[in-house]
Ligand binder design. Structure first.
Ligand SMILES: [Fe+2]
Ligand SMILES: [Fe+2]
Length: 282
């Protein structure tokens, strides 16, 4: 049994992995089918009113970054393309995934929006733009949300222990559960048939150095999520308090991304403003 099979077995025996929301599942598989044209795709999206509205709202948020305003699904498909639509559908369906009933869930949702905005902006600044950056930010901690929903007491204990001892969250998760929220996230992304890039990047977003892929795009995307997470931590987005002692210039992710020349003070201000402006739109 390989490590990942073993891990998968532990995760599967501990939790009920939720399916991807049905309509998103259908659209994700349609976008991967070479016989699907824009008409078929458009019809499938329009069949779900809430999804249609969410896609248009996200596509038109200043952070999704389309210059022209998009007021119907047909032009959204033309402007953003199949890959972009797939990312938007996943993003829109994740919204319903977070129940936001308790404070932890609310913090997790805020963190995921902050991360989506950050990853999207960073990928543009660093000229490694991909439609998946936004979804990557949004989904990177989905494992935490599942743990909070299904193992609420253990999850609360993990959070408290990590907070009290000042130890990394993933270390406490390993100790308590045998796996981390990042590994759990990777397993879910695979189950949902999203891309290998997303799967690897989410799995390794807390341990960049262990990534088992030599693909440079995957390594960069993982570094993007690592840096995104650290920027959100610095700003305190989804954290109890800001973590202001992060030295960005010396991060490994910054090296991998060739981002040493970025003005982090400016960048962080820009992200903060963007997050504040956009968070209500999701
Ligand atoms: Fe994480
Ligand atoms: Fe995170």
């Amino acid at each position: 049994m390989s490590m990942s099979d073993e891990l998968k077995a532990i995760i599967n025996s501990t939790l009920d992995l939720p399916p991807m929301p049905l309509v998103a599942n259908r659209i994700v598989s349609l976008t991967s089918d070479p016989d699907t044209d824009a008409k078929i795709l458009g019809r499938a999206i329009l069949a779900d009113q809430a999804l249609t509205a969410n896609i248009l709202r996200i596509a038109n948020s200043s952070f999704y970054g389309c210059i022209r305003s998009i007021n119907n699904i047909a032009s959204a498909i033309v402007l953003i393309g199949f890959k972009g639509i797939k990312a938007l559908v996943v993003a829109a369906s994740l919204k319903s995934f977070y129940r936001r009933v308790d404070l932890t869930e609310k913090m997790l949702w805020e963190h995921s929006i902050g991360a989506a905005v950050t990853a999207h902006l960073l990928s543009k600044k660093l000229h490694c733009y991909t439609e998946e950056a936004f979804v990557g930010g949004l989904i990177h901690d989905i494992g935490k949300s599942i743990l909070n929903n299904q193992k609420n007491e253990i999850f609360a204990e993990i959070m408290q222990t990590s907070y009290n001892n000042g130890l990394p969250f993933v270390e406490i998760e390993k100790e308590f559960l045998g796996f981390t929220h990042a590994e759990l996230g990777g397993v879910i992304i695979r189950k949902w048939n999203l891309s290998t890039t997303l799967e690897k990047a989410v799995t390794y977003h807390h341990n960049l150095e262990d990534i088992d892929s030599s693909d440079i795009d995957i390594q960069k995307f993982t570094a993007l999520l690592d840096l995104t997470n650290k920027i959100c931590a610095y700003l305190g987005i989804g954290y109890r308090q800001p973590k202001e002692d992060i030295n960005f210039e010396e991060q490994r992710s910054v090296q991998i991304l060739g981002a040493g020349g970025l003005d982090f003070v400016d960048l962080i201000e820009e992200i903060k403003a963007g997050y504040e402006a956009e968070k209500g739109n999701f």
